[in-house]
Design a protein around this ligand. Structure first.
Ligand SMILES: O=C(O)c1ccccc1N[C@@H]1O[C@H](COP(=O)(O)O)[C@@H](O)[C@H]1O
Length: 225
């Protein structure tokens, strides 16, 4: 099974090209104004155009209402929606039904109890993305370069469609994959020079390290999507 690699928070054409050239599978675009990676819809539309057909386009939002989601779909025509806020399982199901697109739901993890929500979300989402739970005073719920204890995922059903994120970078992704055998990984801060400024060399290093690790420690049975 091939590892699925997502590079998130792309803000420039150069970052999109670097992501394609590095051999990643998915490109994430953040539509959330408090984020340093926020792209407005006009900019997002221009950025995704050259990615179409070369990468799966993921539109990331946080507790977006229907009007914003409709606008995002109209502008970006994403292959996936990533819901990274406090969306309930009912809201995830409603978004998926309304928009007819695959939905990835992010869950913040800090302790084993945070995984109790997985079955309810797995019943409605197409993939569950595990990120570190943000601190109470965080200005955004993700993209913080913060990792969690990957061993907390030990008890998960290996057949679940999941994605590992949170504080990954070229130096730790191999260890994260060795421990979790995740079928997919996602990175934002770990391939940047500064928040919102992607480093093409780090994107290459991340993809190379992740692919090498996956070749020696294949992912568990989770579907690749
Ligand atoms: O990237 C952001 O700014 C962001 C804002 C709001 C919600 C999620 C965000 N990013 C996602 O967070 C995780 C972890 O990112 P990092 O690698 O630790 O920086 C990842 O899924 C990003 O897509």
């Amino acid at each position: 099974m091939t590892l699925l690699i997502k590079i998130c928070g792309l803000t420039t054409p150069a970052a999109v090209e670097a992501t394609v050239a590095a051999g990643a599978d998915m490109a994430g675009f953040v539509v959330f104004p408090p984020s340093p990676r926020h792209v407005d819809l006009a900019r997002g539309r221009a950025l995704v155009a050259p990615a179409k057909g070369r990468l799966q386009v993921v539109a990331l939002t946080v507790d977006a209402d229907d009007a914003l989601l409709d606008d995002i779909v109209a502008a970006l025509d994403p292959d996936w929606l990533q819901l990274h806020g406090k969306e309930t399982p009912e809201r995830v199901a409603a978004v998926k039904a309304r928009l007819g697109r695959p939905v990835m739901k992010a869950l913040g993890i800090a302790e084993a109890a945070d995984l109790a929500a997985v079955p309810a979300y797995a019943a409605v989402a197409d993939r569950i993305l595990f990120d570190a739970r943000p601190p109470e005073d965080a200005t955004r719920p993700g993209g913080l370069g913060r990792a969690f204890d990957w061993r907390l995922l030990d008890s998960l059903d290996p057949g679940l469609a999941t994605m590992l994120s949170g504080g990954l970078d070229p130096t730790n992704v191999a260890e994260a994959l060795r421990i979790t055998r995740a079928p997919a990984v996602d990175v934002s801060s770990g391939v940047e020079r500064a928040p919102g400024d992607k480093d093409p060399d780090k994107i290459v290093d991340f993809v190379r390290a992740a692919r090498a690790a996956a070749a020696t420690a294949p992912a568990a049975a989770g579907p690749r999507a």
